[in-house]
Design a protein. Structure first.
Ligand SMILES: O=P(O)(O)OC[C@H]1O[C@H](O[C@H]2O[C@H](CO)[C@@H](O)[C@H](O)[C@H]2O)[C@H](O)[C@@H](O)[C@@H]1O
Length: 275
């Protein structure tokens, strides 16, 4: 197994730093589309086969492993079997929730979430959202999914103006993603969450892997941390659905299967020859 070469100097330097000084590294991962292949029904998401075991191996070799997801933290842990990864931190709702050692810490959601919960079904009916449009109520945010409609992009375009108006009235943020729009609380994104985690862990190197638009703030955080001298590597779990993430990444791997392979190669490189 050979480690792939990132396409940027900064990415190559960070990968070298991670392998030579793994004890000070933080590796953080998105969940859907990165650890878990995209599926039609979000309730059926599951990690790519073997990837959680590889993460568990990696967690025993590097400083810290974390998940930063738009899912509720406990849902990601349950879907992923992530409690098997020693010492893992799971940050849900882009960082508004924290799961660690079986406990979830979070502040109460703002009142706008309840307003959206009440109005969203009627709003979707009024604008003529097509069959297959689905509301995912995540407790502190709600997502409108169109993957299971006949024309997912068309359905998103149809509902977008009304969702924008509702989000503004509820003082929530609109978070676009892969055939989904989420209405969620303001004030936190994956970039701020990753930066805080780097500070908290005292990481000397950071790796972040993601696949969707909501991961771009974390890529921005890696760039900002590099500006302060911290080696950082961004990895895109690529798809045909989103190209902006691959364009921003130091290293592009073909979806969760490619990430699983990369993590195996990284683990082998840290262990060294003969291990
Ligand atoms: O931050 P993430 O862990 O990537 O979560 C982002 C959203 O992921 C989920 O939706 C996406 O995955 C689904 C299952 O594969 C797929 O059907 C959907 O089209 C994708 O957008 C999840 O359902 C959302 O709540 C997350 O915000």
């Amino acid at each position: 197994m050979t480690l792939p070469r990132p396409s940027t100097d900064a990415g190559r330097a960070a990968l070298d730093a991670l392998v030579t000084d793994p004890g000070r590294a933080l590796a953080a991962f998105d969940f859907d589309g990165t650890l878990s292949p995209i599926v039609d029904d979000p309730r059926e998401s599951a990690p790519y086969p073997g990837i959680v075991d590889t993460l568990a191996d990696l967690a025993g070799l590097i400083g810290s492993v974390a998940i930063i997801t738009g899912r509720p933290a406990a849902a990601a842990v349950a879907m992923g079997g992530l409690e098997r990864v020693p010492g893992i931190t799971v940050l849900g709702h882009y960082g508004a929730e924290r799961w660690e050692g079986g406990e979830v810490l979070a502040a109460d959601p703002p009142p706008g979430v309840a307003l959206v919960r009440e109005e969203l079904p009627g709003l979707l009916a009024r604008v003529g959202a097509p069959e297959g449009t689905w509301i995912e109520d995540k407790g502190r945010s709600l997502s409108v999914h169109t993957r299971r409609t006949a024309d997912p992009d068309g359905a998103l375009a149809l509902v977008a103006p009304a969702l924008a108006e509702l989000a503004e009235r509820a003082d929530l943020r609109l978070e676009p993603g892969r055939m989904v729009v989420e209405l969620r609380p303001q004030g936190v994104d994956k970039g701020a969450t990753l930066t805080a985690l780097v500070e908290e862990t005292g990481a000397g190197t950071v790796l972040y892997a993601g696949d969707d638009l909501g991961d771009l703030p974390a890529f921005g955080a890696v760039a900002a941390l590099r500006g302060k001298g911290l080696p950082g590597l961004t990895v895109c779990s690529s798809s045909d659905e989103v190209t902006a993430v691959a364009e921003a990444a130091d290293l592009v791997v073909p979806g969760p299967a490619g990430l699983a392979e990369l993590l195996g190669e990284l683990t082998a490189a840290i262990r060294g020859p003969g291990a």
